[in-house]
Ligand binder design. Structure first.
Ligand code: GDP
Ligand code: IMO
Ligand code: MG
Length: 430
């Protein structure tokens, strides 16, 4: 039995979906524990692309059960549509392969409306959210007025619960943002219908995990977003509204910390970010443009161009610390072919003081100038290579340098979006 947590070591879109799909055959259970459909996880198998927003990335493997834990926020319309598409493609034949916690909070139309209205009102100061209602939904959860998936089946009490919240939401929407109110009757009818359709998937995911652990099964936890979008450890306030670090597995799925064996941090071979907020190694030049073009760096959820820059070793070390990383997956190495030289940021210069530690405050991150180490590049195409031995020396050196900076070994290398374009260096499951 072993449990592996896969988390993003940067600002999201590191290729978590690809890695989770690749590890899928070894996992009996794959569980999401936080975030919602702000995530866009891309799986490419035999040239066919699947983008998942809510359903865990183990779903393409028939033997796996995919859990959506209580720490996730669920937009029923999106989840049901994702399920419908998977059924249509013949991938999902049995509802028991998707289990949704009754305790997960529901993203309602007012959450989306408020997300958009607040971002529009913030102007230049906007966070650049995905507009999916994630923040407002987590707010209601913490304020103890949220609607949970199981509530959608409690028809006698649901309307009254919705009515209390509706009054407040509609006040905010109409009075503060001059937006349209949400019709309570329509929403109630919609919620009852969602509850009916979600019934076959509703479950106690914590209990499923506990049983699986006792039975010696392998469990893979799939993070969404990334370490620096974490509400506590990220570049606050330019973050998402959940904890994305490995520790969130315990609260977001209902397993104890004693049961986690390995934590793999997924990083691109360079860095990207979508949305606002500081990004010390961002390149707003031809190299940044080339990374975006070569890496097809456009968001899987919103299609927005991703900001691009060199790998940031300061971030990576912080990710190692806050997640307790035991392993790394280094993705998109193929994208770096053809650069004469490749840089890695090893420290920040903040007002003339050089530090290797990730700063405490946002303004320090904003002022941080990257201190780079320059390594020679390589021209060989890495895609198609199946072992580290086939790599050019300079690519091998780059990987060794990343491992040395992180003080964590790489377990997986990725040289293309396809499932098979993955090189294993260390086994993760026993
Ligand atoms: P996630 O949110 O962390 O799952 O990552 P996304 O799916 O949003 O973004 C990663 C993108 O990079 C997707 O389009 C993947 O298909 C692609 N990708 C992942 N690994 C590799 C790789 O090694 N090489 C290339 N070229 N693309 C990759
Ligand atoms: P995956 O799982 C990259 C970013 C948004 C914005 C901030 C807050 O695919 O890696 P939110 O809608 O969550 O309130 O937006 O977080 N963001 C992501 N960036 N990948 C993601 O998910 C993201 N989910 C949210 O761009 O800056
Ligand atoms: Mg993504």
């Amino acid at each position: 039995m072993s449990t592996v947590v896969a988390v993003g070591a940067q600002w999201g879109d590191e290729g978590k979906g690809k890695i989770v799909d690749w590890l899928g055959p070894q996992a009996d259970l794959v569980a999401r524990f936080q975030g919602g459909n702000n995530a866009g996880h891309t799986l490419v198998v035999d040239g066919e692309t699947t983008i998942l927003h809510v359903v865990p990335s183990g779903i393409l493997h028939e033997g796996s059960v995919n859990l959506i834990g209580p720490g996730v926020v669920v937009d029923p319309a999106i989840l049901l549509e994702e399920i419908r598409k998977l059924e249509e493609r013949g991938i999902l034949k049995d509802p028991s392969r998707i289990r949704v916690s009754g305790r997960a909070h529901v993203i309602l139309p007012w959450h989306r409306a408020l997300d958009s209205a607040r971002e529009a009102a913030a102007g230049e100061a906007k966070i650049g959210t995905t507009g999916r209602g994630i923040g407002p939904c987590y707010e209601d959860k913490v304020a103890r007025r949220g609607i949970r998936v199981a509530d959608l089946r409690q028809v006698d009490t649901l309307r009254a619960k919705l009515a209390v919240v509706a009054e407040q939401k509609n006040f905010e929407l109409t009075k503060m943002y001059s937006a349209d109110p949400i019709d309570l009757d329509e929403l109630f009818t919609q919620c009852v219908e969602w509850g009916r359709q979600l019934e076959p998937y509703l479950d106690h995911t914590g209990r499923i995990l506990d049983r699986a652990l006792r039975a010696g099964k392998n469990i893979l936890f799939e993070g969404a977003q990334g370490t620096f979008l974490d509400i506590d450890h990220g570049t606050y306030p330019f973050v998402t509204s959940s904890n994305c670090v490995a520790g969130a597995v315990c609260t977001g799925s209902g397993v104890g910390p004693t049961r986690i064996d390995r934590v793999i941090g997924i990083t691109k071979a360079y860095t990207t970010r979508v949305g606002s907020g500081p990004f010390p190694t961002e390149l707003e030049d031809a190299i940044g443009e080339e990374l975006r073009r070569a890496g097809a760096e456009f968001g899987a959820t919103t299609g927005r161009p991703r900001r691009c820059g060199w790998l940031d070793g300061v971030l990576l070390r912080e990710a190692v610390t806050v997640n307790g990383l035991t392993d790394l997956a280094i993705n998109k190495l193929d994208i770096l072919s053809g650069f004469d030289e490749i840089k890695i940021c090893t420290a920040y210069d903040i007002d003339g003081k050089v530090t290797e530690d990730f700063p405490m405050t946002l303004s320090e991150v904003e002022r941080a100038k990257p201190v780079y180490e320059t390594l020679p590049g390589w021209s060989e195409d890495l895609s198609g290579m199946t072992s580290l031995e086939q790599f050019p020396d300079n690519a091998r050196r780059y990987i060794e340098r990343i491992e040395a900076i992180a003080e964590v070994p790489a377990a997986l290398l990725s040289v293309g979006p396809g499932r098979e374009e993955t090189i294993i260096l260390r086994e993760l499951f026993d």
